[in-house]
Design a protein around this ligand. Structure first.
Ligand SMILES: *Cc1c(COP(=O)(O)O)cnc(C)c1O
Length: 366
């Protein structure tokens, strides 16, 4: 039996005040609603630099309500990148709209602005570029749709594009506080915007579109997408050391870059000169021909050593649930999908554990 402990892909890190704040919320009997919600919203809005933040139950809910606030409905089209988690496209489908799938660029694997330009057809109302794996997409050349640019910043809290924090670039941005993200509430999300109107609209829709608080009159169909005060209490604690968490992620990336440099067939991720990555999941490319085994075989080798790694998501134009959606290119996303492997990237990853990961990858090379 192995005496070595296993190394997970990406675990949450307790900041310190979680128990205190949770006890405070419980002590006041404020479980669903309470003061931690506006406090958490203010912390995140001030950190990113937007006027408003609306806490919701998940990143997916934030995307859904952002699209509705942008006026996206049945018959509309929304541009999404080929390489992302399915949630980006699912939010479009919830509105009865059609995702238009656009290939990614080969450097940082985010939506290719030139392909997005081509995809800007008459039916397109909004665009959701994704800051993938913590690295910002190139906002400058991204085409502007008639409706809204919604940043999917669910993986990139703390990243910057040209010294501007991601989440403050487009008309709206969405964050996720799922368990594997930089900060977590055990499940949650947030919509960020400078627009009073969009913030009010999203808050209204997240609260069942309640028009009269006493008589419960509803002029339209809303959603139960609120964040609980308990979740927000955890969020406040997590936000207190967001900078330390980011610094840990950066240190992990630097150690991988040093430890894996020069391994034949392994391509390391790089930060663009205009970017500051949040380094959410450190993801390498494995060339089967040069390395001697492919990304999936390396994943199994790591697994045999108790090390968790993971390929990227199947590209959206290959998803059975999205069959028939228009697509522009997709070959770049497919190549990256075949070769990419995300390595253990928990904020709390120890140097010894990381050295073990690096050693297995180094010594498995042909
Ligand atoms: C995590 C994630 C989401 C969804 O966030 P949830 O909080 O899990 O709903 C959306 N898009 C991308 C790219 C993500 O990584």
């Amino acid at each position: 039996m192995s005496t070595r402990s296993s190394i997970p892909l990406c675990e949450p890190e307790i900041s310190g005040s979680e128990r205190t704040y949770l006890a405070e919320a419980v002590g006041r009997n404020e479980l669903a609603m309470g003061g931690f919600i506006p406090r958490f919203e203010r912390m995140v809005a001030d950190y990113v630099g937007t006027r408003h933040a609306v806490a919701v139950s998940s990143g997916t809910a934030a995307l859904h309500l952002s699209l509705l606030a942008a006026g996206v409905g049945p018959g509309d089209e929304v541009i999404v990148p080929a390489l992302t988690f399915i949630a980006t496209a699912n939010a479009v489908r919830y509105c009865g709209a059609t995702p238009v799938i656009v290939d990614v660029e080969p450097y940082h694997w985010c939506m290719d602005p030139r392909q997005a330009e081509r995809a800007l057809r008459p039916g397109v109302k909004a665009i959701i570029p994704v800051h993938l794996l913590g690295h910002p997409f190139d906002y400058g050349p991204m085409p502007v749709p008639p409706g809204a640019t919604i940043e999917d910043a669910t993986e990139a809290l703390g990243a910057s594009w040209c010294d501007q924090k991601v989440g403050a670039l487009g008309n709206m941005a969405c964050l996720s506080f799922n368990g594997n993200k930089l900060i977590t509430t055990g499940g949650g999300g947030m919509m960020l915007t400078d627009s009073d109107e969009l913030a009010t609209r999203v808050r209204y829709l997240a609260n069942q579109a309640k028009d009269d608080p006493h008589e419960f009159v509803h002029k339209e169909t809303g959603y139960n997408y609120r964040m609980s005060n308990l979740a927000a209490a955890v969020g406040c604690a997590q936000m207190e050391d967001v900078e330390d968490k980011l610094a840990s992620k950066r240190r992990i990336a630097e150690r991988y870059a040093a430890g894996l440099a020069g391994v034949p067939g392994i391509t390391l991720p790089r930060e663009a000169p205009w970017a500051r990555s949040a380094w959410w999941l450190y993801t390498i490319r494995v060339s089967e021909r040069e390395y001697g085994m492919g990304s999936r075989e390396l994943m199994r080798r790591l697994e045999a050593e108790g090390i968790q790694s993971r390929p990227l998501w199947t590209p959206l134009h290959r998803q059975p649930s999205l069959r028939g959606c228009p697509a522009y290119g997709g070959e770049v996303a497919e190549r990256i999908h075949a070769e990419a492997l995300s390595l253990p990237s928990s904020v709390g990853l120890s140097e010894e554990d990381q050295e073990r990961v690096i050693a297995v990858i180094r010594y498995s090379a042909r």
